[in-house]
Design a protein around this ligand. Structure first.
Ligand code: RAM
Length: 336
């Protein structure tokens, strides 16, 4: 019988390298003319617009051909028809903020099976729906921090509610999970989460949900809204209600949407990353995948233009960086 031959010397080294070594790409490796499409949760959300603009700026820098298409509501399946069209158009990459962790996965898998690269950003899918997830920040750190902030604002005591986006949103659901985890600590034993309400990232629905929370819980001390749409609607409702001064509102939003509420004393502090940078980073991840310079494997690194070198972490995740806390002292330094 012929003995089985194992590679030795340089052949062994090459096989080992191919199997384990992550790739490092530089800006010069990006192909020109890549067609990259962004699919936001919804096209008319100011946060998503800033993120998409950041993506388009990056694609322009890379001499690609970028576009934004997407639904006007954040419903679970509202992005499906857009993905199908992008497949037919043979885009090189799709960058999507998913409205649901699973609903879009079969369609994104179809895209990938045809060689289209898929990056999720802001809101992830199940891991088999994409090659890379560009996460805004470390999810655990953001939400442990938010509960600490709320606790400070309400004196570590009293009832509070969460006003979220849609019930399916992967990003909000992950953050809520971490908030609940943080709340188990003894220092929050006098704080009580009474309700998780969903404003569906719709201004009017978020406004009405806020009203409902105040009616149902007359002793409410705070609302945490991990959505830029929800927090603005909650602050607007409470600003002109008798609850102003009694109910604290905090969460995530853009400085431009919250400036008036910080100035009128309604909101003391809230947080966010730079959505433009999030979109910019996601575009670079997509272009690198589409150029074949990285595969999305843990340890792969790539040049992300003005954001410098970025490395893919566990489960294909690339993290933008820590969020900023905005308050009356610094809000005027930001314009987005
Ligand atoms: C809304 C969206 C988005 C989220 C921000 C903070 O605009 O739900 O996904 O990241 O809020």
């Amino acid at each position: 019988m012929k003995p089985i031959r194992f590679p030795r010397g340089p052949a062994l080294a090459a096989a080992f390298l191919a199997a384990t070594v992550a790739l490092t790409a530089s800006a010069a490796d990006i192909r020109n003319g890549l067609k990259i499409a962004f699919v936001p949760k919804q096209i008319n959300n100011p946060y998503e617009v800033i993120a998409d603009d950041g993506g388009m700026a990056a694609i322009k820098e890379m001499k690609g051909d970028g576009k934004v298409v997407g639904p006007s509501d954040a419903g679970a399946s509202s992005q499906v028809s857009y993905i199908n069209t992008l497949i037919t158009q043979r885009q090189n990459a799709i960058v999507i903020a998913a409205n649901d962790a699973n609903a879009v996965v079969p369609y994104l898998k179809k895209a990938m099976s045809q060689g289209i690269k898929v990056v999720t950003f802001d809101s992830d899918t199940a891991p088999d729906g994409r090659q890379i997830f560009v996460n805004q920040a470390d999810s655990e750190a953001i939400w442990r921090g938010q509960i600490q902030l709320l606790s400070k604002l309400i004196g570590a005591e009293g009832e509070f509610a969460i006003l979220s986006a849609t019930p399916n949103a992967t990003n909000q659901n992950t953050w809520i999970k971490w908030m609940q985890e943080e709340l188990k600590k003894p220092e929050y034993s006098k704080m009580k989460l009474v309700k998780i309400a969903y404003g569906n990232d719709d201004d009017q629905k978020s406004f009405v949900e806020t009203q409902g929370l105040l009616q149902a819980y007359p002793n409410l001390k705070g609302i945490v809204a991990p959505t830029s749409v929800g927090i603005a609607a909650a602050a607007r409702y409470i600003s002109s209600s008798p609850a102003k001064g009694k109910v604290v509102v905090t969460g995530l939003s853009t400085p431009n949407q919250m400036r008036a509420f910080v100035k009128n004393g309604m909101v003391q502090a809230f947080q966010l990353w730079d959505p433009g940078q999030l979109g910019y980073l996601a575009a670079f991840a997509a272009a690198n995948l589409a150029s074949g310079t990285i595969t999305g494997k843990e340890g792969d690194s790539f040049d992300a233009g003005k954001l410098g070198k970025r490395t893919v972490g566990k489960s294909g995740e690339v993290i933008l960086g820590p969020p900023t806390t905005f308050d009356a002292a610094n809000i005027d330094n930001f314009n987005f």
